[in-house]
Design a protein. Structure first.
Length: 476
C-alpha cells in the first residue's frame, strides 16, 4: 500500500508504503522500510508527486512532511528552492545542507523536481539523491508531454530504475500454526490530514522575501541641450560620459512574516547613486584665454513605498511592483577657476526634486530573470518668480540675478516633466544570491515662455542621463 502526505506551502511530499499482514495462515516479517522524500515545486506539484511515488516500489516508510520542511529551514535553505533545483552549480553549494535535512528526518533518498512552462513546452527537471551522496543518480530535464498518460510514462522512465533499490528484500514467511500471529487489529495508522499553509515569507524567493539589497558599480553620461536657443551666447549645451559611480539599493517588507494580506506585500524602498571624478571644462577660447574648469557633484536618491503582486507558480512567481517615491537628482557645477566663475550662470546646473510613480516587474526564466521598469517623474516646485527672471545685461552684469544657480531659475515660465525607464538581467548564483546588469535612462523635458528683454531666451530644454550598471544582490 502506498500513501502520500503533502504540505502546500513548501510543496514537499513524503511517500510511504508498508507491508501489511495477510488474511491467510501466515504473516510477513520484512526488513525495515526505506524512506523517500519527494520535493516538487510547480503549478501541479501534488499531482506530479503522486506520479513520482507511483513509479517507485512499495514498502517505503511514511514520514511527517512538516519535519523535512522544518529541516530545510534549520539548515538555512528556503522550502521553495526554485532555480537551485535546475542549476548544478547552485545545487553543489547547498548539497551539504540537503544532506543534513535528509539526515534530520532519517530519509534514505530524495527526489527534487521542478515543473516549468517555457512557451508550449511542459517540462520537469528531476534530481535523485541517495543518502550522503554528493552526485545525483538522476539529473535531467524531462518533457512531460501533453497528456496525463505521457506525463506518467516520462516520470516512470526517468526514476523507476533509481527507485527500485529502495524496495525491501523479500519478507520471511512465518507459519501461523508455529506460533506466528497475523497481528490482529494491526494495520496502517491513518495519518491526520495536514493543513494547507500559505507561507507569507520564503527566504531567497523573489516576491516573498523579507528584505533585499544590491550594491555595485555604475558608469554613465549626461546630455543637455536647448530647443530654439535665441540667446546663443549663454545657452550652452553640455555632454559628458564616463564618471564612475557606486549604487546602493534595496527594499524591506516589515509585514512579510505577518501573513496579513496586503500588509505583507508593502515595502520600503531606497536607491542611491553617487558619481565620482566629475570634471568639466569649456573648449579652448579662440583668443587663447583660459578655459573655464568646473568640478562637479552628480548624485540621486529615491525613497518610497512599493506594493508587490504575484502571478503564476508559487515556487517562482512573476512579480509586479507598483511604487511611489520622493527623490532628488542633482548635477551641480562648481567653478574651479576664475574663468568658470564668470560663466557659472550659463552651465546646466540642476537640482531636481520630484515625486516618482512607477511600475516594475520580475520575469523569471529558470535561473535567469528580466527586470523592466518605468516611472513618471513629477518635479516639485514652480517656475521662478517673474521679478527674479534675469533681464538685459548691463555692463556685463545680469539684473536681477536669478534666485539660484539652476537652469530653470533663469527662464520665464519654466515647466518641467520627466520619465525614467530601465531594464536589468539577473542570474541566480545561489539561494538568494544574484548578479544583475542593466541600464537606467532618465529624461527631463521642459518648455519656457520667454519675453522680450529676458537675458536667457530659449523654447525649452532636454536633459538626458544614461547609467550602466553591474550589481551584486542578496534577498532574504
Amino acid at each position: 500500500m502506498v500513501s502520500i502526505g503533502c504540505v502546500a506551502g513548501s510543496l514537499v511530499c513524503v511517500v510511504e508504503g508498508r507491508a501489511l499482514a495477510s488474511d491467510g495462515a501466515s504473516t510477513t516479517e520484512g526488513a525495515p522500510a526505506k524512506k523517500l522524500v519527494v520535493h516538487v515545486e510547480g503549478k501541479n506539484a501534488a499531482a506530479i508527486a503522486d506520479q513520482i511515488t507511483a513509479a517507485g516500489p512499495d514498502g517505503i516508510e511514511i514520514l511527517d512532511p512538516t519535519e523535512f520542511d522544518k529541516a530545510l529551514r534549520q539548515g538555512g535553505l528556503p522550502t521553495a528552492l526554485g532555480a537551485a533545483i535546475q542549476n548544478k552549480f547552485t545545487r553543489k553549494s547547498i548539497q551539504r545542507n540537503l544532506n543534513k535535512a535528509m539526515a534530520k528526518v532519517g530519509a534514505d533518498a530524495l527526489v527534487l523536481a521542478r515543473e516549468t512552462f517555457v512557451g508550449k513546452s511542459h517540462d520537469l527537471y528531476v534530481v535523485f539523491y541517495v543518502k550522503d551522496a554528493e552526485v545525483a543518480e538522476v539529473d535531467e530535464n524531462v518533457n512531460l508531454g501533453n497528456s496525463d498518460a505521457a506525463q506518467r510514462k516520462a516520470i516512470k522512465n526517468a526514476l523507476e530504475e533509481s527507485l527500485k533499490p529502495l524496495a525491501p528484500p523479500p519478507p520471511k514467511v512465518i507459519d501461523a500454526d508455529a506460533g506466528g500471529n497475523a497481528g490482529e487489529g494491526e494495520g496502517e495508522a491513518e495519518k491526520p490530514e495536514k493543513e494547507k499553509t500559505d507561507s507569507p515569507f520564503r527566504s531567497g524567493i523573489a516576491g516573498y522575501e523579507l528584505a533585499a539589497g544590491r550594491l555595485g558599480f555604475q558608469d554613465g553620461g549626461r546630455w543637455f541641450k536647448y530647443s530654439d536657443p535665441i540667446s546663443a551666447n549663454n545657452t550652452r549645451p553640455y555632454a559628458v560620459f564616463g564618471p564612475p559611480a557606486l549604487n546602493l539599493a534595496g527594499e524591506i517588507y516589515p509585514g512579510a512574516t505577518s501573513g496579513i494580506t496586503g500588509v505583507r506585500d508593502i515595502g520600503v524602498t531606497f536607491d542611491y547613486t553617487h558619481h565620482f571624478a566629475l570634471k568639466s571644462k569649456t573648449s579652448q577660447n579662440p583668443d587663447g584665454s583660459e578655459s573655464a574648469e568646473f568640478d562637479g557633484t552628480w548624485n540621486r536618491l529615491d525613497l518610497g513605498l512599493r506594493y508587490r503582486l504575484r502571478f503564476g507558480e508559487d515556487a517562482q512567481p512573476i512579480v509586479l511592483g507598483l511604487s511611489a517615491a520622493y527623490g532628488f537628482h542633482n548635477f551641480v557645477f562648481l567653478p574651479a577657476n576664475a574663468a568658470a566663475e564668470l560663466i557659472k550662470l550659463e552651465v546646466p546646473t540642476v537640482r531636481y526634486k520630484y515625486v516618482r510613480v512607477g511600475a516594475d516587474a520580475w520575469l523569471p526564466f529558470g535561473m535567469f530573470a528580466v527586470i523592466p521598469r518605468f516611472s513618471y517623474l513629477a518635479p516639485l516646485g514652480g517656475s521662478a518668480p517673474a521679478d527674479r527672471i534675469p533681464g538685459p545685461q548691463l555692463g556685463g552684469a545680469i539684473a536681477p540675478e536669478p534666485i539660484d544657480d539652476t537652469v530653470y531659475a533663469r527662464f520665464r515660465g519654466a515647466s518641467v516633466k520627466g520619465i525614467a525607464l530601465g531594464i536589468d538581467a539577473s542570474v541566480a548564483l545561489g539561494s538568494g544570491i544574484e548578479v544583475r546588469a542593466g541600464f537606467d535612462y532618465t529624461r527631463f523635458f521642459s518648455s519656457f515662455a520667454p519675453e522680450v528683454g529676458d537675458a536667457f531666451v530659449a523654447g525649452g530644454a532636454l536633459d538626458e542621463t544614461l547609467e550602466l550598471r553591474l550589481l551584486g544582490g542578496y534577498r532574504y
